[in-house]
Ligand binder design. Sequence first.
Ligand code: TXA
Ligand code: MG
Length: 356
Amino acid sequence: METEVLKVDPLRPDRELVARAALVIRRGGLVAFPTETVYGLGADGLNPEAAKKLFAAKGRPQDNPFILHVASVDQAWALVDWDRARCPEGERGAARLAADLADRFWPGPLTLVLPAAPVVPREVTAGLDTVAIRMPAHEVALALIREAGCPLAGPSANASGRPSPTRAEHVLEDLGGRIDMILDAGPTGVGVESTVLDLTRHPPVILRPGGVTAEALAEVVGELRELAPGEVGEGPAPSPGTKYRHYAPRVPLLLASRLPPAGLERLLAEGKRLEQAGRRVGVLVADEEAPLIPATWVVRTVGSRSRPREVAERLFAAMRDLERQGVDVILALPYAEEGLGRAIMNRLRKASSGPL
Ligand code: TXA
Ligand code: MG
């Protein structure tokens, strides 16, 4: 199959181009589309056959469900079985809490997990009785959902296990020839995926840290719980995607366990050892460390440590870029684990093949 790439304006998408993409979706095809976080791979979220194609195109494990992307709150709530929504003890019911969260964070990088209505195919939920829903803050995504007339199942548009795509080129690199179309609206803004919040438990649980910080969520939710690194949660895996190695470049990525300056010293020592052993060394660091890296190494910076948004935005592209430079190994440094730093560290840990 030939993958058609259509360039679209990120703010005022051409209606004719959106209509062409929507037709592909309605016919059960796959269209990669931009969101504010990363590119998604869109399929008709109510069509089981289309969902099956998503697993095949990405090489995704069958037990990992998809997020349904909506363009309105009404469209979102129609996917939920409210009778099964467990009321958080006390003041607010689950419906009220979901409404408050949607009010504050949608459109935006927050995904809510709620009991699934019967209309949601089990191919989308991978057999779970819950469904993950979000309204993306991107004009192209919203226009496509509206025009297609259905919620879009939309995993990140990378091959399973690879760094998420923040540019259309990344999608083409991983999925070219396996999907019908890519809507190219330039680089995405947030750079890490949405925060996944499970509202079927009390207190609500952050299954995946992402573009909306725990601090911001707590202002609306009150008490909430975060999964510790490596924790999959009690019972059956609550967010199946969290158990796989993920976001990984094709070459080993070694992550220092300590922040600079200690982590940097370690990185420099290990890099010298690897270089002497004949390896081409790549490093993924912040602006602050870049001047201290030997000139013979390949350096990619993700911006300043004082601007985590910049780091999030550039993280995945920098990994792919280093791998393209033909390095044998990528050495990376950690970031402070607060605010967006939690999502950044979650992605780095999953991308890493071991400690430095
Ligand atoms: O920002 C994002 O969320 C991007 C853009 C394209 O919207 N999408 C994305 O989708 O990251 P994906 O499929 O790569 O990751 C979805 C995550 C996975 O960890 C999956 O296991 C979890 O959401 N998930 C989906 N449905 C779930 C459910 N019913 N219960 C728990 N976790 C669920
Ligand atoms: Mg993904």
